[in-house]
Design a protein around this ligand. Structure first.
Ligand code: ADP
Ligand code: MG
Length: 400
């Protein structure tokens, strides 16, 4: 992969060049209010670099999952406003992706200007499985630029027009965010500093099978919490009440427990669990032993003993990768486990990495700063696929 500096060298500088940048501005919104602007902040540095080089910067991004046509609630307008505030310059939002508005906005640009195209998923070509349809959209995107910079790490695992096909049509480079993300993930897979602990939580085992498979042979310790832990507890023969349970994953989990034992990898499960009769902010929460859960209760967080024990294990690690909240952190009564793990990560003597959209949102919501961690990945799915050892189409396609 070439860096922006290498791309600039190969083109005799970027002054006056129209550079299409794929950024990840897919932020959570409450109406028009951005509830976590982490991805926008992470996108600023590459855009600033391009502006400083005198490029005309045309940003491509998506928001949510519109069905290939414009929908107001998926407009990038709030993201564009926030991006403008962070850059300290005007960000012109084109009201379409490759239509008249986009063409006119790009034609009106001066060196250093920033245009944001409207949500690329408003065009059915963006996510089409049909190469010709995707390619047709990519042709029109590519016509707006002289070069392409891939900086949306959260989408590099997608074979989509603005990520993959555009890269085939223009001189290209990886942005600083993508290069940083890949470097950190490489350190987690190639010769990590030991002891290496992996903490997994979140809602579903089935989302994380690939990553468990791959990390089970690389980590020294695997700590499990969140909704997925109940499939582990059930696999060991315990009652889990009405907790999240994936019956169809019980065999897979039994396999992991066996595999870990054979490989000498320690799997740490919670010893206690916070339960409630209902998933509600005001339902009475109690702490029970993980092996004696009442049949009429739901497990919604790891308990205080588990939090202490998890923090202790993490305290001895030199490399930690964490994906998936330990409980339903969105509700204060079930956020303590997630907070304890986050706190432990901030105290690691070594590399601590937080991956996953909800995990990243959780640490910010719980009051931590990004710079208390070694790295907070902007790409949940992309970082998991990298750790699974899959090739990421949006990386693979870039000029080496
Ligand atoms: P990430 O986006 O970081 O990969 P996931 O999407 O896998 O994380 O999971 C996040 C979700 O898991 C959160 O919305 C959280 O409420 C939920 N969750 C965590 N623990 C539990 C639990 N015990 N029961 C139900 N849901 C849970
Ligand atoms: Mg998630």
């Amino acid at each position: 992969m070439r860096s922006v500096a290498q791309l600039a060298d190969s083109l005799g500088g970027l002054t006056g060049k129209r550079v299409l940048v794929r950024s990840d501005l897919n932020v959570p919104l409450d109406g028009e209010t951005i509830t976590d602007d982490g991805r926008i902040r992470a996108s600023v540095s590459t855009i600033e670099d391009l502006r400083a080089r005198g490029a005309k910067v045309i940003v491509m991004a998506h928001l949510g999952r519109p069905k290939g046509e414009p929908e107001d609630r998926y407009s990038l307008a709030p993201a564009g406003r926030r991006l403008g505030e962070l850059l300290g310059c005007e960000v012109v939002l084109a009201s379409d992706t490759v239509g008249e508005a986009a063409t006119a906005a790009v034609e009106a640009m001066d060196d250093g200007d920033v245009v944001l195209l409207e949500n690329v998923r408003f065009n059915p070509g963006e996510t089409s499985k049909d190469d010709a349809e995707r390619g047709g959209f990519a042709d029109r995107l590519a016509a707006l630029g002289d070069a392409f910079v891939s900086d949306g790490f959260g989408v590099v695992h997608r074979k989509q027009a603005s990520v993959y096909d555009v890269a085939q049509r223009l001189p290209n480079a990886a942005g600083g965010l993508v290069l940083d993300e890949i470097e950190v993930l490489r350190r987690l897979t190639e010769d990590p500093d030991r002891p290496y602990a992996v903490v997994l939580g979140g809602s579903k085992v089935s989302d994380k099978l690939g990553v468990i498979d791959s990390l089970l042979t690389k980590a020294d310790t695997l700590l499990v919490g969140g909704g997925m832990v109940f499939t582990f507890l059930k696999a060991q023969g315990h009652e889990v009440g009405s907790s999240l349970l994936e019956e169809d994953q019980l065999d897979a989990v039994r396999g992991y427990l066996r595999q870990a034992e054979e490989a000498g990898v320690q799997i740490v499960l919670p010893s206690d669990v916070v339960v409630a009769a209902e998933l509600k902010a005001d339902s009475a929460a109690t702490v029970v032993a993980a092996q004696e859960m009442p049949a009429d209760q739901i497990g919604l967080d790891i308990g205080p003993d588990s939090s202490r024990h998890f923090a202790e294990v993490l305290g001895g690690a030199h490399t930690v990768f964490w994906n998936g909240p330990m409980g339903v952190f969105e509700i204060a009564a079930f956020a303590a486990g997630t907070k304890a793990v986050a706190q432990a990560l901030t105290e690691i003597d070594g590399l601590s990495v937080v991956g996953g959209g909800d995990s990243a949102a959780a640490v910010r919501k719980l009051g931590f700063d990004d710079d208390q961690f070694g790295h907070i990945s902007t790409g949940g799915g992309a970082s998991l696929e990298y750790l699974e050892g899959k090739t990421l189409p949006g990386i693979d396609v870039l000029t080496p």
